[in-house]
Every structure is written in structure tokens, then in C-alpha cells.
Design a protein around this ligand. Structure first.
Ligand code: SF4
Ligand code: SF4
Length: 72
């Protein structure tokens, strides 16, 4: 199964990932921290490759929910 992008809390909201995403799946709401729309993400890894802070990791889709809860 394809992985999806996960953004850790250390995101500096630079917006680099937003520009390279072919699906518009990653956004920086209110300029605080990037968020991934798991419905749109196709796991292409482009965002992870350009992130200057290296805070994007590719994770299994089913792990997304556990991680999201841990961040909140
Ligand atoms: S992995 Fe690809 S599709 Fe998913 S958020 Fe990153 S750039 Fe967009
Ligand atoms: S490229 Fe990295 S640091 Fe910049 S907004 Fe995206 S996730 Fe955050």
C-alpha cells in the first residue's frame, strides 16, 4: 500500500512543500504548520524531498491516525 506524507510539529511553515505537490494535498493553514489531506495525497514523496527542515516523513496510511492523535 502506498504511503502518505506526515508532517511533524517542527514544521517552519515555509510553504516549499505546497509548491511541489502535484495534487494540492498539502497546505499550510493559517501559516502555522503544513497539513496533509490524506484523501488527496498519492505518496509521491516530492514534499518530503524539498522540505528544508526535513520534517516530512512517509508513513503507512494506517499509522497516520495514531500519529495525528499523538501530535494533538
Ligand atoms: S507525498 Fe506527494 S501527493 Fe502527498 S502531500 Fe507530498 S507532494 Fe503531495
Ligand atoms: S516544506 Fe517542510 S517546513 Fe516547509 S511548510 Fe512544508 S513541511 Fe513545513
Amino acid at each position: 500500500m502506498k504511503k502518505i506524507a506526515f508532517v511533524s510539529p517542527e514544521c517552519v511553515a515555509c510553504g516549499c512543500c505546497v509548491k511541489v505537490c502535484p495534487k494540492g494535498a498539502i497546505t499550510v493553514p493559517k501559516g502555522i504548520r503544513a497539513e496533509v489531506n490524506e484523501q488527496l495525497c498519492i505518496g509521491c514523496t516530492r514534499c518530503a524531498k524539498v522540505c528544508p527542515a526535513q520534517v516530512i516523513t512517509m508513513i503507512a496510511r494506517e499509522d497516520m491516525y495514531e500519529k495525528a492523535q499523538a501530535v494533538v
